[in-house]
Design a protein around this ligand. Structure first.
Ligand SMILES: C[S@@+](CC[C@H](N)C(=O)[O-])C[C@H]1O[C@@H](n2cnc3c(N)ncnc32)[C@H](O)[C@@H]1O
Length: 244
């Protein structure tokens, strides 16, 4: 079996941390204003008491319907690292957790340390679109409720799909009228409270096309009133996940 490919040319700091703060993608300060310490700690408490949120659990069930033993994971916009923690517990070998929020990554690092798995995770701080060229392909790539935070869905999704050796999992807002209204109302609230942060209801069709152009095809899908959870696989035949 081949060794899981390790990522990234960025020099490694102690504790698996690589720090390159999110800067001028147009969302650095915007992210800090919403994905702050308080929100991260609330997310951690919810995860500790109730487990993964509904749509995260849906995506995890889809991914783990096949064995993930020894697989490598790239968790883009992974926040406090719920997917990373769950897939490492399920047997994944190594993960790269990328996020633009310093506060979220601090909480993630503490949780991974407490779980005794921090040495199996590269934590990358910054805008994935800007960091992507230094990150190698992984067996599984996930973007759980990330596409709706980022204006340039085309770059975010294409660069993620390019790095998915086998599976790409997305949780993103559906394109229904109700969702469009909810996103508009959210953005009105941000505007009224002078927050620079905005949410985006990118076209699901465009995203499927971008992913399809990179050789991945949907193999499982579930919906809630607001979210679409979709898992894509590379090629028509499954590529066996890497084992250590
Ligand atoms: C709504 S939170 C979701 C966090 C986690 N995936 C979850 O579902 O619990 C969105 C996260 O994506 C991160 N994010 C959005 N766009 C990003 C980008 N281009 N690069 C890195 N992180 C990004 C934000 O910092 C934030 O932590």
């Amino acid at each position: 079996m081949s060794q899981t490919q390790r990522s990234v040319a960025i020099p490694q700091e102690p504790d698996g941390v690589r720090c390159e703060p999110m800067d001028s993608c147009g969302c650095g300060d915007d992210f800090a204003s919403i994905f702050d310490r308080g929100t991260a700690e609330r997310d951690r408490e919810r995860y500790r008491t109730k487990g993964p949120d509904q749509t995260t659990a849906m995506l995890l069930d889809m991914i783990t319907s096949d064995s993930v033993r020894g697989a490598s994971l790239l968790d883009v916009g992974g926040g406090i690292g719920v997917i990373t923690q769950e897939l490492l517990k399920a047997g994944a070998g190594h993960a790269v957790l990328v996020d633009g929020s310093t506060a979220y990554l601090e909480v993630a690092r503490n949780e991974l340390r407490a779980l005794n798995v921090l040495e199996r995770v590269d934590v990358v701080e910054g805008d994935f679109v800007r960091r992507a060229s230094a990150i190698d392909p992984m067996d599984i790539v996930t973007l759980d409720r990330v596409v709706c935070c980022y204006p340039d869905a085309e770059s975010l999704v294409s660069l993620s799909a390019d790095r998915a050796r086998s599976l790409l999992g997305l949780v993103l807002p559906r394109n229904s009228r109700l969702v469009r209204f909810a996103l508009w109302a959210n953005n009105l609230r941000f505007w009224l409270t002078r927050s620079p942060y905005r949410t985006f209801g990118h076209s699901n069709q465009l995203i499927d096309e971008l992913v399809g152009d990179r050789g991945l095809h949907p193999i499982a899908e579930q919906r809630t009133l607001f979210w679409r959870v979709v898992l894509y696989r590379r090629g028509t035949d499954a590529i066996p996940l890497t084992e250590i």
